[in-house]
Design a protein around this ligand. Sequence first.
Ligand code: PAF
Length: 280
Amino acid sequence: MKIFQSGAELQKYALELKRSGRTIGFVPTMGFLHDGHMSLIDIARKKADVVIVSIFVNPTQFAPNEDFDRYPRDFDGDVAKCAAHGADVIYAPEAAEMYRPDASTWVEETVLSKPLCGISRPTFYRGVTTVVAKLFLLAQPDFAVFGLKDAQQCFVIQRMVRDMNFPVEIIPAPLVRDADGLALSSRNRYLSADERSRALSIHRSLLAAKARIAADRRTIAAAVEEAKVAITAAGGRVDYVEVLDCDTLQTPTDASRRVILAAAAFFGTTRLIDNEIFNL
Ligand code: PAF
């Protein structure tokens, strides 16, 4: 497995691969890899000749009050996991390599990035789209795999690719859960045992709300309220619980078919997100 720290060297290597007719599958990550990430690598492995994984804790998607400094890191463990799942290349740049000190260009999606996480994290998606656009230019992927745990991120990236004509197919991958139902996230490691068991209320309340809404779409408001009450009763601080149309990320209309029921809540100081996507 090759490991690149230099973007220029990765780009040169990727362009050579393309010239020799090989397809590239790409999995962008912030490291501290878990089984959710491994499922993305497995999907890329099945589809592409060469699999590139990036490991980069991207400073521009963290607000000053967020967890950039303490975001968990385990580079050696990540390398071993990528090798075990058949990745061919790791790109692991330093922040100074990724962003010049006087960098002044952003890539910003301005509609789908606004609701849900965009409200409490107003600069988050601008950081994500900027770094993903840069990573696409460096890794030159034919396919890029994004997990639906961060479904809004996946929708924002799909819109960016469409609007900016990136020649990349975005492959959304199913959310992966632990046996007890908690959505896998590198941030789960911040949770105490007690917070973790209380945090299961997020998935449970989403499942209850989904069942109610799928049976009768007129219950959306009541089901959302019930989910908020259940998460709060379990000791969580709700950021949002919402049902939105998957295509527009606006309130569903009579014409809406596929919706996302999404939640974000704090347990202790840890902000967790989860969602269910289903047809009305
Ligand atoms: O989902 C993530 O881990 C990050 O937002 C991403 C896509 C790697 C960009 O930094």
